[in-house]
Design a protein around this ligand. Structure first.
Ligand SMILES: [Zn+2]
Length: 336
């Protein structure tokens, strides 16, 4: 048993390793990344922003992630009543699966969600049904537990350009489709940072080489839109941010470099998908080629992990990226 695991927190299926980021990473400007304990250490973060004794959380992990968040609040001399906002960058369940439970535990919080996601937070039946089709009922329960609805009067919709005053700290919400059409990113002027959910891709700390990160896109089903993904990246970069906080995982810098790489890797994913559109065993072929593309890029980046370690860290995302690209290919007139 991990001695750092707070009481009541569910242990992730994979134990922490020396390569995993710590359970809590504190940055400046009152920002921390808390491990959501989702599937493996260092996979999904919940970001905490503290401003003048009030707290806001960016993404929620799943219902069982709340125990770890409560423990971190206690350490920071905050209690459940101090949580003013729960922000969900989009409503995929690794980001918003815990929203109902979080709102139940944090009685003064408002939930801020993209207008396209709001009704699914108030009535999660469709979210639950579609995830249950993918995973089956038992696996769904194991991964996500029970998904509570959120009272409609506690939900704030954040359309493009929405400004929110978080205890005197201005936050700007931008509509950022590409990964999902119900996705926003948050610009925090105080830290000159964006909270990007999945719009700026994924970057696991295990792939860091002397402080330089490796970032790659997520093309998961069912709303991947490469043109929108490019536009959203450019829109984020137009604010000249110093940092991005990624749900998967934590803070990255060197954003101009990563933006170029992201544009290139989105195009590379799309090119592979188009080329393999009509091959037999398409899913297997796509998974192999996407895995090889990222493996070679990570080796070129200077990563010293073994190929097996790299492949293990990538396998979940490569499978999901292949599925999302297939869905994109199969939509009428898409991907031609
Ligand atoms: Zn995600």
């Amino acid at each position: 048993m991990d001695k750092h695991l707070p009481a009541g927190a569910k242990a992730p299926a994979v134990p922490r390793s020396p390569l995993s980021p710590p359970r809590v990473t504190d940055y400046d400007n009152g920002i921390s990344a808390i491990d959501a304990d989702y599937l493996r250490p260092g996979l999904a973060a919940i970001h905490l922003i503290v401003e003048g004794g009030k707290a806001a959380l960016v993404d929620t992990g799943t219902s069982s992630s709340v125990a770890g968040v409560m423990e971190v609040l206690r350490i920071k001399d905050l209690d459940a009543g101090d949580v003013a906002y729960v922000f969900v960058t989009h409503i995929h369940l690794d980001h918003a699966g815990g929203a109902g439970e979080f709102m139940h535990r944090f009685p003064h919080a408002k939930l801020v969600v993209h207008p396209r996601g709001a009704r699914h937070m108030a009535d999660p039946a469709r979210l639950v049904a579609s995830a249950t089709t993918v995973y089956g009922e038992a696996e769904f329960k194991r991964m996500y537990g029970v998904i509570r609805p959120v009272e409609a009067n506690r939900i704030i919709e954040a359309p493009d350009g929405f400004n929110l005053d978080f205890n005197g700290r201005p936050l700007l919400f931008l509509d950022t489709p590409g990964h999902a059409r119900h996705h926003y990113c948050i610009f925090d002027r105080q830290s000159q940072s964006f909270f990007t959910g999945d719009t700026f891709g994924l970057s696991y700390r295990e792939f860091d080489v002397e402080g330089m990160e490796f970032v790659f896109p997520t093309t998961t089903p069912v709303q991947f839109d490469p043109a929108a993904a490019h536009t959203s990246l450019d829109r984020i970069m137009s604010y000249d941010p110093a940092y991005a906080f990624l749900t998967h995982y934590g803070r990255i810098s060197h954003l101009p470099h990563h933006a170029v790489e992201m544009h290139d890797l989105i195009d590379a994913h799309v090119a592979i998908a188009r080329r393999l559109r009509n091959v037999p065993e398409r899913h297997t072929a796509l998974t192999e080629e996407l895995g090889e593309l990222l493996l070679q890029r990570i080796i070129a980046h200077g990563c010293k992990l073994t190929q097996e370690e790299i492949r293990n860290l990538l396998s979940l995302d490569v499978g999901l990226n292949a599925q999302g690209l297939e869905h994109w290919l199969d939509q009428a007139s898409e991907g031609r």
